[in-house]
Design a protein around this ligand. Structure first.
Ligand code: IMP
Ligand code: MG
Length: 176
């Protein structure tokens, strides 16, 4: 079967929304510094675009996690594949993620990060699929709420493909 991508959010709308989120974060953290934790690999495009537009000092750190499970479903147990460079104690931390689906991965990860004693801990996700939620997660900054469809692009993948698309689209399987 061939795959076709239907554009859901083009470059311009992503750019506009990311500017709005960055503005909101800059206002909320006025007079403070923020540490952004980019969750690899999916959030890398979003985290960079967001960080560039935040006007308070930003420190960047990276974490790679893998959720035990299959291609499209996470299990809830998260393995830290690559940990942060720096401790979080006393810092204002924003975890930046590509998408919250069942909520299991972030629920689990936020608990781990909280135990490291940050001054504050917030979650920012480019996309959110509220219909799919299994575990409750509070998202402080959301780009777009989307319906229950599998999306790719702007960092998100389907079997590691399509991460570099400059837009977000849905994958449609077509009979040839
Ligand atoms: P959760 O633990 O179910 O919330 O899983 C979130 C993770 O699943 C995300 O970080 C993505 O890696 C992946 N994921 C969930 N939905 C999609 C999607 O529509 N496209 C690509 N990856 C997705
Ligand atoms: Mg991910």
């Amino acid at each position: 079967m061939a795959e076709k991508i239907n554009v859901l959010y083009d470059e311009e709308s992503l750019d506009k929304r990311i500017r709005e989120l960055a503005g909101q974060i800059s206002r909320d953290y006025e007079g403070k510094e923020v540490t952004i934790i980019c969750i690899l690999k999916g959030a890398c495009f979003f985290a960079c675009e967001l960080a560039k537009r935040i006007t308070v000092p930003v420190f960047l750190d990276f974490m790679r996690i893998s959720s035990y499970g299959n291609e499209t479903e996470s299990s809830g147990e998260v393995k830290i594949v690559q940990d942060l460079d720096e401790p979080l104690r006393g810092k204002n931390v924003i975890v930046v993620e590509d998408i919250i689906d069942s909520g299991r991965s972030m629920h689990y990860l936020l608990k781990i990060l909280k135990s490291r004693g940050p001054e504050s801990l917030k979650l920012c996700s480019l996309l959110n699929k509220p219909d799919r939620r299994v575990t409750e997660v509070e998202i402080d900054y959301t780009g777009f709420d989307i319906p229950d469809e599998f999306v790719v692009g702007y960092g998100l993948d389907y079997a590691q493909k399509y991460r570099n698309l400059p837009y977000i689209g849905t994958v449609v399987l077509e009979e040839k």
